[in-house]
Write a protein that binds this ligand. Sequence first.
Ligand SMILES: *Cc1c(COP(=O)(O)O)cnc(C)c1O
Length: 367
Amino acid sequence: MEVAFLNLKKAYAELKNDLDCLWQDLHNDGSYILGSRLETFEKEFAEYLGVKHVIGVANGLDALTLSLNALGIGAGDEVIVPAHTFIASWLAISESGAIPVPVEVNMKDYLLDTSKIEAAITPRTRAIMPVHLYGRVCDMSKITALAQRYHLKVIEDAAQAHGAFESVSGKKAGTFGDVACFSFYPGKNLGCFGDGGCITTNDDETAEKIRLLRNYGSKVRYEHEIKGKNSRLDDLQAGVLSIKLKHLETWNARRQKIAKIYLKELQGVGDLVLPEDEPGHVWHIFSVLTPQREKLRAFLTAAGVGVIIHYPKPIYRQLAYQNTPSAEIGFQNTDKISSEILSLPMGPHLEVEEALFCVQTIKTFFK
Ligand SMILES: *Cc1c(COP(=O)(O)O)cnc(C)c1O
């Protein structure tokens, strides 16, 4: 049996009728950029999340960078970011001219260790960027309390957390920060057919600024109030996202069902450390930890089970970030996660039999 890490073909097949209609309609009205489909999707996603504004942009990295730009964060500023995340979180801070200041993650959920944030705050700190990695929401009550105490902005990186919510409050990822950023990269829980992203905010002024920034600094054609860039979400992608948004809850529920199977079946198998279950976790990634990661990975790959490592090399150990502040102290949890983590097949179209085949293969490995 071949088990794909993620099967996007089945996602298309499930929605084929709607998607094919969209393609036809798009060419009939010829509205490709900043058209009504973008406006509609922005409204729908804002309503779904419970925020005032959604602004579609070209990708998740731009969403983060434009957010920092709009909040006036740049050269000379510091932004607190988890040591363990996808590199885009750090790159956006660097691109804005500010300095990413990594803070260690905890071993409970691999998210920002809120007890270590305060020690990283300096007079130059302007913002905290919590990342809801793997589909689980960070401890936002602690983070927003700290941000208030130190007058810092909060920029959520919600690129892996469409529909995720905090289990206590029920509040969704993307509604806590001054701004929040999503990616619609095809493999995300809500993904389009290319690159895409968006920013959410409840602040009218910030929203207005981002709308200018994404479109050459222009509201009225050929009038440029500020120096912006070209970072728009295409109408085709917006149309795809409107269709897929209707299925987000169902598709996340299917991910949760697969996660429950993994959690039940892999309990106590070998030396595996399993992720914690929590209501509101949308399982963008289902990962296990084992010191035998490399061997297990080779074994699963040979058996036809698609596995990926998120992420194999800590950012502070990358050449691009060789001058990271506090790198000399190191980040033990980040190092451990990077060397032991393995992501199992996961997605709304993964069959139960496929998940069970993956489980069986893992059990064989540890026997
Ligand atoms: C995917 C991702 C991004 C970047 O999104 P792109 O659309 O690929 O630019 C940012 N942060 C995290 C945590 C991501 O997973």
